[in-house]
Design a protein around this ligand. Structure first.
Ligand code: 6GU
Length: 228
């Protein structure tokens, strides 16, 4: 999978070089390229935004600068993801869908967002004919300063589903097992007693049927206790 992220803050993406994602890139399973939007500006001030037509608070990012940046990376089959709090909610299901994509482009908006003609332009039939799909995505019901952190959340959730990226493929199998809105059961390791709290005895029983029953009941209780 190839990922291009376009942003005015390329430094935000440094953590993607760490841990399993860094290894996946070294191993060639994944390539992540971060692009500075300002490199596409042609004026001396490197302007990326302007006041909104119709008035109102904040600034809107320039269509032309975004168009130049996206044109530089887009190819047949690309998925263009525009990060905005007004987008469709990112879920595990969307992560699964995107984990089989070949090329993801993350357009990280700041301020009051990107001139909407960018979305409209790349949604046209000529792009659809090239298997290019555009989506506006949000990671949840709260407002961030920009799409950078949101795109990193998506990149982590999506890329760990690519075979070979996650260290332990068994935990993936167990997870998909647990879909259907399931939350996982509580886990324990040594020591058997810590600060006066014992590991639940059923886990030491060696009775695998009883352990499975206990775990699913615990997962259910935890899900209920944490439900909004
Ligand atoms: Cl994608 N962007 C911003 N600015 N805020 C968000 C978001 C995205 N998702 C949730 N909140």
């Amino acid at each position: 999978m190839k990922i291009d992220a376009i942003t005015i803050f390329p430094e935000y993406f440094a953590p993607l070089q760490l841990s399993l994602l860094g290894k996946a890139q070294e191993g060639g399973l994944l390539s992540i390229n971060v692009h500075d939007l300002r490199a596409q500006t042609k004026d001396i001030h490197h302007t990326v935004d302007d006041a909104p037509y119709g008035g109102g608070a904040g600034m809107v990012m320039l269509a032309d600068v975004w168009g130049n940046a996206i044109d530089g990376v887009i190819e047949d089959g690309s998925d263009l993801i525009i990060l905005t709090p007004a987008g469709r909610r990112f879920t595990q299901e969307m992560a699964q869908e995107l984990s089989v994509a070949t090329h993801l482009i993350f357009a990280c908006g700041r301020y009051e967002g990107i001139d909407d003609r960018v979305r409209e332009h790349y949604s046209q039939q000529e792009y659809a004919d090239r298997n290019i799909r555009v989506r506006e995505v949000s990671i949840g019901d709260y407002v961030l300063g920009g799409g950078e952190v949101a795109s990193m959340v998506m990149i982590e959730a999506i890329t760990r589903l690519i075979p070979g990226v996650l260290g332990n493929p068994l935990s993936l199998a167990e997870e998909s097992h647990n879909e259907e809105g399931y939350l996982e059961y509580p886990n324990y390791t040594r020591p058997q007693e810590w600060r006066g709290i014992e590991v639940p005895p059923v886990l030491l029983s060696g009775n695998h049927g009883a352990i499975a029953t206990w775990r699913s009941s615990q997962a259910r209780q935890r899900k209920d206790a944490n439900s909004n």
